[in-house]
Design a binder for this molecule. Structure first.
Ligand SMILES: O=C(NCCO)c1cc(-c2ccc(F)cc2)cc(O)c1O
Ligand SMILES: [Mg+2]
Length: 214
């Protein structure tokens, strides 16, 4: 018993970051992961690439698959344009509970909806439940074997439109080979690999950006 790693990460945020200051929340988590305990946040190096893609897209509607402790949720939400909204799906209720508190500490709860449950169960209901027509931006960071089935489901549900930008974490480590093959071979996507490193380590990893062409 005792605390879990997500709970220790949350405590580090509450002790080190300033309420309402999303930059200090990001810095507190990066400090915790570099100096206390590694955790599977996208991290600062890949996070900088995430920031640049989100800023370029400037999405009104964004979807994140895999919330974990809310680190990338905060990185995305802090860059949304006025009226922008982010829905983030998390299967693990303990992760979701910590993420809600991290997002609230950053003062971004009004732009973010944390939804608990399996992505495959929720994706077919996002339109009716949240009044979403389609997504401008999707960040994939959940179970690596679900990246491919979930984008096929997003296509089938008509939640992608011409120009929707998908950004996938961990395409090298742990790796998402079937997803990579699909987006790089499909005539429906224009893909580009951004080489980087596994969060807080020197191991190779990277992000794959794929634009849906319809
Ligand atoms: O499983 C992951 N995410 C979904 C769970 O919520 C995940 C795992 C790792 C990782 C772990 C263990 C290791 F040895 C190397 C990488 C990294 C990540 O960025 C991730 O997103
Ligand atoms: Mg990841």
């Amino acid at each position: 018993t005792g605390t879990t790693r997500p709970q220790r990460l949350l405590r580090a945020v509450q002790e080190r970051a300033t309420r309402g200051d999303s930059e200090s929340v990001i810095a507190a988590i990066d400090h915790f992961c570099r100096h206390q305990e590694w955790a599977m946040n996208v991290g600062d190096e890949k996070g900088f690439i995430l920031d640049s893609v989100v800023s370029e897209v400037s999405p009104q509607t964004a979807l994140e698959l895999g919330t974990y402790c809310g680190y990338s949720t905060v990185r995305i939400a802090r860059l949304l344009p006025p009226g922008g909204h982010l829905i983030t799906l998390e299967f693990n209720p303990n992760y979701a509970a910590v993420a809600r508190q991290v997002i609230a500490w950053a003062g971004l709860e009004d732009m973010v909806q944390v939804v608990e449950g399996a992505s495959g169960d929720w994706i077919p209901h996002l339109r009716e439940h949240f009044g979403i027509e389609s997504f401008d931006f999707v960040f994939l960071d959940h179970w690596k074997e679900l990246y491919l089935p979930d984008i096929k489901l997003l296509e089938e549900c008509g939640l992608l439109r011409k120009g929707t930008v998908l950004l996938a974490d961990n395409v090298v480590c742990p790796g998402t080979p079937d997803y990579l093959e699909y987006v790089r071979k499909s005539q429906s996507y224009e893909s580009h690999y951004f080489g980087s490193h596994l969060e807080y380590t020197r191991a190779e990893d990277g992000l794959e950006k794929s634009v849906y062409l319809g």
